[in-house]
Design a binder for this molecule. Structure first.
Ligand code: NAD
Length: 457
């Protein structure tokens, strides 16, 4: 893509924002309703694009990309009026008479840089936050999901104010070119290494960034957990989208007393889900990712309990469970992002906590335990972007909770009110009256005046 369309799109968005049309509640609601309409009317087209790009089933397309985005938009429509309200703040006596409030101001033009793994919810999701906050937006979908990228480029102008939302297609070079224009905010979803490049490219124009990154999200299973439920929830989310989910469970630490039983149950569930056809999509997005994952399996020192086969011609890898890999091997060092589940055992809960905390802070952590005290202990002791007790990944679908990472798994958060806050400026406003106007505080200062002021302030 040449420099022309990039600059033209950004200029159009800047003019759109300068026109002032995006500021009012009604415009924002209209755009959000358009987003819901797009998802309702284009569900089949979106599912077809996801099938083409990722080999995803219609059901998982709905669950992963359509229902999640729709739910977020409907929630924003319901709550936006309340979010936009000024927040009055109490004043201390010395500020009397006067009043103070926080007022939410749109930032301007927001750049949304999306990944390929959930290419709809991770572009239109941030768009919900951008529109709710009264911004214009440029969306740069991932070039690695080309059918979805092309579909977004076709549909966005049909559903949204064309002077407020634009799609620019392309890869890393186009993203860099976009960032060089300078934005009022950039929200990036992708890998940690690319996240560093995004932050560096945003620095010269002081474009603030929200970075939604990845990492190794652990699962801890204690001896008193309901292993049937653990196995079902774990196998379902882990192998959805062939494990290419940022909050997929990366590895499992199970109490040594129940580890083998848990493995058996997970192996059973994988067999059942495969028969059902709902865990189709074992396809990996491209050859580079396939080779990386196949390499993990080749190098593993663990025991393969189920799966393990891969076929390069179809880019498919079987849902695989690896028992006791070496913590130093690539499978346990890098984010897996594929259908391979390492399961290790721990002797004491402290060992499990030390193991997790010896690595980068994860995007999510999952704790299965029957004890409320143990659950809370794990939440308290293990830093992570988010945590779920007795389930996997479901916090993503709760718009009342902020979604984001910490440390290497990201900075900033969005979803629901948090997205509105992330893409608004909280303007501090103090209002005073002309009278009274205490002469005492103005120069020339006297000892008497200073004495009074020291008492009052
Ligand atoms: P990626 O980092 O390779 O690419 C993401 C986007 O960045 C794409 O649009 C791409 O075109 C662009 N890009 C790539 N290289 C660039 C460069 N050098 N300069 C500027 N832009 C560049 O990520 P991906 O492979 O699409 O997605 C997988 C990663 O994303 C995983 O690590 C996963 O954990 C993470 N992820 C995080 C979340 C989250 O919400 N935190 C969600 C999904 C995926």
């Amino acid at each position: 893509m040449s420099a022309e369309p990039v600059t033209a799109a950004v200029e159009r968005m800047r003019r759109g924002f300068a026109s002032g049309r995006t500021r009012g509640l009604e415009w924002r609601l209209e755009q959000l309703r358009n987003l819901v309409r797009l998802l309702d009317e284009q569900e089949d087209e979106v599912a077809a694009a996801l099938a083409e790009d990722l080999g995803r089933s219609k059901q998982e397309a709905w669950f992963g990309d359509i229902a999640s985005t729709r739910g977020e938009a409907v929630y924003a429509i319901k709550h936006l009026r309340g979010w936009m309200k000024k927040q009055r703040q109490p004043l201390s006596v010395i500020q009397y008479p006067g009043s103070a409030w926080i007022q939410y101001e749109p930032l301007g033009v927001v750049l949304i840089i999306g990944p390929w793994n959930y290419p709809v919810v991770l572009t239109l999701g941030p768009l919900i936050a951008a529109l709710a906050a009264g911004n214009c937006a440029v969306i740069k979908p991932s070039e690695l999901a080309p059918a979805t990228s092309a579909l977004l480029a076709e549909l966005v102008p049909k559903y949204f104010d064309t002077d407020a939302v634009a799609v620019v297609e392309g890869g890393a070079d186009v993203t860099q070119e976009l960032l060089a224009q300078g934005f009022d905010h950039a929200i990036f979803t992708g890998g940690t290494e690319v996240g560093k490049k995004i932050m560096a490219a945003a620095a010269p124009t002081l474009t603030p960034v929200t970075l939604e990154l990845g990492g190794k999200s652990p699962v801890i299973v204690t001896a008193d957990a309901d292993l049937d439920v653990v196995a079902r929830r774990l196998s379902w989310v882990k192998f959805m989208n062939s494990g290419q989910t940022c909050i997929a469970p990366d590895y499992v630490l199970a109490d040594h007393r129940i580890r083998d039983r848990l493995v058996d149950k997970i192996v059973e569930r994988i067999g059942e889900f495969e028969r059902d056809g709902s865990a189709d999509g074992r396809r990996i997005v491209n050859e580079r990712q396939f080779d990386r994952l196949a390499g993990y399996l080749e190098k593993t020192r663990g025991t393969v309990a189920v799966g393990g086969r891969s076929t390069r011609s179809s880019l498919s890898i079987e849902p695989t469970v690896v028992i006791d890999p070496d913590p130093k091997e690539p499978l346990m060092q890098e984010e897996i992002f594929g259908p391979i589940l390492p399961i290790l055992s721990y002797e004491s809960l402290d060992d499990a906590i030390t193991f997790v905390n010896g690595r980068s802070k994860p995007l999510a952590a999952y704790f299965f335990s029957g004890s409320a005290a143990v659950q809370q202990h794990l939440v308290d002791e293990i830093p992570s972007g988010g945590a779920v007790i007795n389930h996997i990944a479901m916090h993503y679908l709760v718009p009342q909770l902020p979604f984001g990472g910490v440390g290497a798994s990201g900075m900033g958060a969005y979803h629901g009110r948090w997205g509105f806050e992330a893409l608004s400026h909280r303007k501090a406003v103090l209002k005073k009256t002309f009278r009274p106007d205490l002469r005492l505080i103005y120069p020339p200062y006297t000892d008497f005046a200073m004495k009074i002021m020291r008492k009052v302030f």
